[in-house]
Each structure stands twice: as structure tokens, then as C-alpha cells.
Design a protein. Structure first.
Length: 223
């Protein structure tokens, strides 16, 4: 599963909404209100993540993966998987670079308008989130922590990777979890920690230099 499309997942991970408590307090108590406020106010963020994938029966099929991330609107992103195997994905607002150190292989994709209806739009985009997603406040799952509020975002146009994205905010108004639901019943679960909002990110994190001797694959059709 390590070759699975991580671009949608990573974008969604940071997309979720690392809201400062003060911002969330002004956004209302529903998950949809807090997500909209994030989309409007969060210009950058950095932190750590864990990622686990399960099948339709809830059985783990991949993970846990652990790493760190950073993003800056519009279109800049850094996603660094540290364990159990390294992988790095970087967007400089024009292109997305996916580097597999084990293979010393780099895949380059254009950051195009095609992401507007995908999880990436929550992170990279600047448009009204309601234009790309239908938002629905949903009940917390049985295993959800007390006080969390949840929202489901469904792409308004067909997305071949994800059927829906579910986001949870804790009692203080910060993003707590994200669940990416694909069309085969599989779920990619992401949890976040150590997140800082609008604190500034080193621009060097969004610059990728192709390693010497790396195989380079180009996808001119975009993401």
C-alpha cells in the first residue's frame, strides 16, 4: 500500500483545519462552521502526523506511518514520512514532487486546477470551500473522544480517489482527526499533534532539489 496515492491523503491531512482555539471559539460549535473558518483564516501550519489505513471491515492494512508536515497557502506543501519507510512530497505552488529515497525516484506532477474538487482543495485552494464540497455535520462515531464534533465533506464533482472526508474537532476547537473514505470501503485515518497555526514556515521547506542520479518521472497531465 505504500504506492497508494499519498498526494490526496497528505493534502487532506493538513487540510483539516488546525484552528487556534480563539479562532474556533468565534466559529460556532459545529464541525462545518469550524472547517469553514479554517478555510478562511489559516494561511500556514506545521506539525506532526500519524496515518493508518483500514479495510471495509476495520482491519489494518497499512501503517502506522509517522512524520511531519508544513503548508502555506496558496499551493505550498511539505509532507515528510519518516517511519517506517521514508517518502517526501513537496509542492512549490507550481509542481508536486514525490520522492522515494529507497528507489531514488522522483515523480513530478503539475499542480493544476484539477485538484479543486479533491481533498487538496481544502489545503491548497483559496476559494469558498462550499463551492467544491457539500458539508454535513454528522454524529460522532462510537469510538470518538467525548466532546469532539464531526463534519463530512463530499466532493461536488466526481473524485476517483475519495468518496468523502470526515473531520473531527475537539472540545477546544482544534482539529483532532481526519478520515478519508475511498470508493472501496477503505479508510485512511490521520491524527495530528504539535500543530502551529500562522506562525510562519521556512520557505526552504517548499523547495525540492532533485537528488543526484535519481530517476525522474514526469506527469504532464497534473495531479
Amino acid at each position: 500500500m505504500r504506492r497508494r496515492d499519498l498526494i490526496g491523503a497528505l493534502a487532506a491531512a493538513a487540510a483539516a483545519g488546525w484552528l487556534p482555539a480563539a479562532v474556533a471559539a468565534n466559529a460556532g460549535t459545529s464541525g462545518s462552521a469550524r472547517l469553514r473558518e479554517f478555510s478562511r483564516t489559516a494561511q500556514s501550519a506545521s506539525g506532526r502526523f500519524t496515518q493508518v489505513m483500514t479495510d471495509k471491515d476495520g482491519k489494518r492494512i497499512d501503517g502506522p506511518l509517522e512524520g511531519d508536515f508544513a503548508f502555506e497557502r496558496p499551493g505550498r506543501f511539505f509532507w515528510n514520512v519518516r517511519t517506517p519507510y521514508p517518502q517526501r512530497i513537496i509542492s512549490d505552488a507550481k509542481s508536486i514532487y514525490v520522492w522515494d529515497p529507497d528507489l531514488n525516484q522522483v515523480t513530478i506532477k503539475r499542480l493544476s486546477a484539477a485538484i479543486s474538487s479533491t481533498p487538496a482543495a481544502m489545503l491548497f485552494g483559496t476559494a469558498d470551500i462550499d463551492a467544491s464540497f457539500a458539508l454535513e455535520d454528522i454524529a460522532a462515531p462510537a469510538n470518538s473522544a467525548r466532546g469532539w464534533v464531526w463534519v463530512r465533506a463530499t466532493p461536488r464533482t466526481e473524485d476517483l480517489t475519495y468518496a468523502a472526508i470526515e473531520l473531527a474537532f475537539d472540545a477546544s476547537g482544534r482539529i483532532a482527526a481526519m478520515r478519508l473514505k475511498d470508493h472501496f470501503g477503505q479508510t485512511t485515518a490521520l491524527d495530528f499533534s504539535g500543530v502551529e497555526i500562522n506562525a510562519g514556515v521556512d520557505p526552504a521547506r517548499f523547495v525540492f532539489e532533485i537528488p543526484q542520479g535519481a530517476d525522474v518521472l514526469r506527469d504532464d497531465n497534473g495531479s
